[in-house]
Ligand binder design. Structure first.
Ligand code: R5P
Length: 330
């Protein structure tokens, strides 16, 4: 049986993330490791590597969004069982590469007797024996790092967004806006990076957002966006409500062009309405979650940036025990 990869590196992608896996493999200059995913009549399944991984540094890619082919839970269980199988097959080091980490939003109790789901999720990954997990723009970095006792590695899309926006913004006055108070630090990272890249001051603002029992209220803009090009930055778009409210607040505040940027575009429910909003100039997401829920009309105003080069470089460095710092900082 053939041993995996080059220099002991073995890269796998489960079927549901095969496309992304192939793009990462191409950037790394390796072939995806062969594996089998077998379905049983009662809905159970099994997955196993078809190459020897004994002594290998193994990376497995699976992005945990639900789609028509598999639910979030189905993708999660398949990933967990495959990671466990790799460990049992003698892999020296096992890294779960999860571009979109499900259940990252439920990281604390917001109501009495709430679950702390992110921590339970971490327990599941640890139970199958992973050494580390690599995520991109998880909802709360502090919660991610605290929930997992194994090593956590984290990437964000700041660099991708700066490269995208720099030529669009030119000499315009710019503000980076967080659509809620919880995202201010994230927006500040982009603001600092953009101001360095543009060689000038970039203003900051945030929009008040209150959520009680699923109902969102508030909407006051804190900061000045008047006459500025605005980038409203969030980690993810689910129903689009958060960004739609922020777009309205920035428009009312006299913003010039209004862009939205989010790492993960789930686009559930009425999220397409956000893209139809006349006040919005453009929306950019990454392909950590492909925009399969949007029709062609909605996709016309959407830009999708590739995460494969970033993931490939991170895997290359992690495999060589190199640093991720300059990959994250702009
Ligand atoms: C919440 O705090 C997150 O950062 C996002 O703002 C939220 O999940 C987006 O959800 P929606 O698009 O449904 O407003």
């Amino acid at each position: 049986m053939a041993a995996a990869g080059k220099d002991g590196l073995a890269l796998f992608a489960l079927k549901a993330s095969r496309g992304l896996g192939e793009r990462v493999a191409a950037h790394l200059g390796v072939a995806l490791g062969a594996h089998e995913e077998r379905e049983f009549e009662d809905g159970e399944h099994k997955a196993r590597p078809l190459i020897s991984v004994r002594g290998c540094d193994v990376f497995v890619i699976q992005s945990l969004y639900g789609d028509a082919g598999a639910s979030v839970n189905d993708k999660l269980v398949r990933l967990l069982f495959f990671l466990g199988a790799l460990r049992d097959a003698g892999a020296a080091r096992v890294t779960a590469v999860v571009p979109y980490l499900a259940y990252a939003r439920k990281e604390r109790k917001t109501q009495s007797r709430d679950p702390v789901t992110t921590r339970y999720l971490a327990g599941l990954f640890e139970a199958v024996g992973i050494d580390r997990i690599l995520g991109i723009e998880v909802h709360s970095l502090a919660a991610f790092q605290n929930a997992f006792r194994c090593r956590t590695e984290h990437l964000d899309a700041t660099r991708l967004f700066v490269e995208y926006f720099r030529p669009l913004l030119g000499a315009a006055a710019v503000a980076v806006v967080s659509p809620d108070a919880g995202g201010v630090k994230r927006a500040e990272r982009l603001r600092t990076a953009l101001s360095r890249a543009l060689g000038g001051d970039v203003a900051s603002a945030f929009v008040e957002k209150l959520r009680a029992r699923g109902v969102v209220s508030g909407g006051a803009l804190v900061g000045d966006v008047h006459g500025r090009d605005v980038i409203i930055l969030d980690d993810l778009i689910s129903t689009g409500t958060t960004l739609a409210r922020a777009v309205k607040a920035c428009h009312a505040g006299g913003a010039r062009r209004i862009y939205c940027a989010a790492t993960h575009g789930l686009f559930v429910g009425g999220a397409a309405a956000l893209l139809a909003s006349p006040e919005l100039t453009g929306l950019v997401v990454t392909d950590s979650v492909p925009p399969f829920r949007l029709d062609d009309g909605a996709r016309d105003r959407l830009t999708v940036l590739e995460v494969a080069p970033l993931l490939a470089e991170a895997i290359r460095r992690l495999h060589a025990d190199g640093s991720l710092v300059d990959l994250i900082e702009v």
